[in-house]
Design a protein around this ligand. Structure first.
Ligand SMILES: NC(=O)C1=CN([C@@H]2O[C@H](COP(=O)(O)OP(=O)(O)OC[C@H]3O[C@@H](n4cnc5c(N)ncnc54)[C@H](O)[C@@H]3O)[C@@H](O)[C@H]2O)C=CC1
Ligand SMILES: CC(=O)[C@H](N)C(=O)O
Length: 375
């Protein structure tokens, strides 16, 4: 009775496991003796042990790696762990500079066998799960968002548990809703988001934490604010305006904002976001009193951002044409994010406040467009 044997193993494990979430990595890995998917399919296969120790370089797979954040994360991780130890993956065709910058592989997170093959053949030890449909595109295609953000996540959790991977899944300010405290929003409070994106991210947080407590999965999750980057485009979110303003300011001197001037949201420069991700992945398990943390850097409105940009580009003209879907989403999200647990537990500290963010973005986009004009 393989299923029964497997279930009794879980029961024993659950009784032995401490109630808190901080288990050392080695314990977490060795405690997993099967994947939940294997139990439901009736198999009694034993855990595929990995020989990853803290002194080895991890072998990292990034899913959804061609979006706003993945390429930058791959660059950071390759600097630290070596080019060939970080594999980018996506369902889209990579631009040639990305293709030639390090290993790239096709991976559809809805294809469980394909994912498993990649993890096994490349001896993956860390999985960074970036594939998702963001808030605005998710509302435009709920069925696809549900499939990618929820069914895809289930595949990722099972693969990670089965192969003893350390798993990072980002969550978002969008995991909160209108009934959450909004200024500031703490780590633990009511979470009743009103978007499929938010619902899927709360699901990811809860499932990851459940797999951690139940199966010892080394799940780590940060709730990112809106991320601002110069050399990668956002993928269809509510905070996208805060990237677009820089491009339009430099190229045309005009910007039409799709959120009201006083809509306050938490934001972060991409370098801080990627560094936080590496830091929480490297943090000793004992330092993590939780498995899902808010992180924050700054909080501003479109009007405040425009004023800061106008200090550098005084001729910038900003008009407002409100997108009702995005505005309703933004009005239900945190205005300010309390990230004191991340700061206390693993010493999270942001580098970029609003003035440095604006200077850095304008320097980057300005020099980029000067190069384009010269060519
Ligand atoms: N960019 C931001 O401001 C924030 C991002 N996050 C989270 O960080 C992660 C990465 O975000 P971004 O890079 O901005 O997202 P993005 O939308 O720019 O990129 C997502 C990627 O997922 C890929 N994808 C879609 N369906 C897939 C499938 N079936 N299999 C494999 N890949 C698939 C897409 O091709 C795309 O390249 C997401 O999980 C997002 O929720 C969280 C909060 C803020
Ligand atoms: C904050 C996010 O999760 C994302 N940028 C979005 O606006 O959907």
């Amino acid at each position: 009775m393989p299923v029964f044997r497997a279930l009794s193993k879980v029961a024993k494990q659950a009784l032995l496991a401490p109630a808190c979430g901080c288990q050392p990595l080695t314990v977490a890995i060795r405690n997993i003796s099967f994947s939940p998917r294997q139990v439901t399919s009736g198999s009694d296969a034993s855990f595929h042990s990995v020989s990853f120790s803290e002194t080895d370089h991890p072998k990292v797979l990034i899913t959804g790696g061609l979006g706003q954040l993945g390429v930058g994360l791959a660059k950071l991780l390759r600097k630290r762990f070596g080019k060939n130890n970080v594999i980018l993956s996506d369902i889209r065709k990579p631009p040639s500079n990305v293709f030639h910058s390090g290993p790239f592989i096709y991976s559809d997170i809805l294809d469980y066998k394909n994912l498993r093959e990649i993890v096994v053949n490349n001896r993956i030890t860390w999985l960074v799960h970036y594939s998702a449909l963001l808030s605005a595109v998710g509302e435009a295609n709920v069925a696809l968002a549900r499939a990618v953000n929820i069914t895809g996540l289930h595949n990722i959790l099972d693969i990670a548990a089965e192969h003893g991977l350390r798993l990072f899944v980002p969550s978002t300010i969008g995991a909160f809703g209108p009934t959450s405290p909004r200024n500031p929003t703490p780590d633990l409070c009511v979470q009743r988001p009103r978007t499929i994106y938010g619902v899927s991210k709360v699901h990811a947080e809860l499932m990851g934490e459940y797999y951690h407590h139940r199966y010892g999965l080394d799940f780590r999750c940060l709730r990112y604010p809106g991320i601002i980057s110069a050399d990668s485009q956002p993928g269809g979110g509510t905070t996208d305006y805060a990237v677009q303003i820089f491009h339009d300011a430099v190229k045309t001197g005009k910007f039409e904002c799709n959120l009201k001037p006083d809509t306050r949201l938490p934001m972060m420069y991409i370098d801080d976001c990627l560094r936080a991700t590496l830091e929480v992945m490297e943090a000793p398990a004992e330092s993590l009193s939780m498995r899902t943390y808010n992180i924050n850097a700054m909080s501003f409105t479109p009007e405040e951002l425009a004023k800061e940009v106008q200090k550098q580009l005084p001729d910038l003209q900003v008009t407002y044409e409100i997108d009702s879907v995005r505005q309703a989403i933004a009005d239900s999200w945190p205005m300010n994010f309390d990230d004191s647990n991340a700061r206390n537990d693993w010493c999270w500290k942001h580098d970029y406040d609003l003035p440095e963010l604006v200077q850095t973005m304008l320097n980057f986009i300005g020099s980029d467009s000067r190069i384009a004009q010269a060519n």
